[in-house]
Design a protein around this ligand. Structure first.
Ligand code: SF4
Length: 63
């Protein structure tokens, strides 16, 4: 699993970190970052939920 945030789309709502803080963190400027770009499959459900709940559709997941 390859997880990315498209920084040009991210508006910093922080939903991603609220759903899966192991993979996503909001940085000091308030924007989402991926701290674990190749997470274990056990996090797949949380990562998918974060991606589908991002208000800007800024998260992409490649399986
Ligand atoms: S939920 Fe989406 S818009 Fe919000 S911080 Fe995360 S990637 Fe950015």
């Amino acid at each position: 699993m390859d997880v990315r945030i498209h920084s040009n789309l991210c508006q910093g709502h922080g939903v991603c970190e609220m759903i899966c803080s192991e993979v996503f963190k909001v940085d000091d400027a308030g924007y989402g970052t991926v701290v674990k770009p190749n997470p274990d499959e056990s996090l797949a459900a949380e990562v998918s939920e974060a991606a589908s709940n991002c208000p800007e559709s800024a998260i992409s997941v490649t399986w």
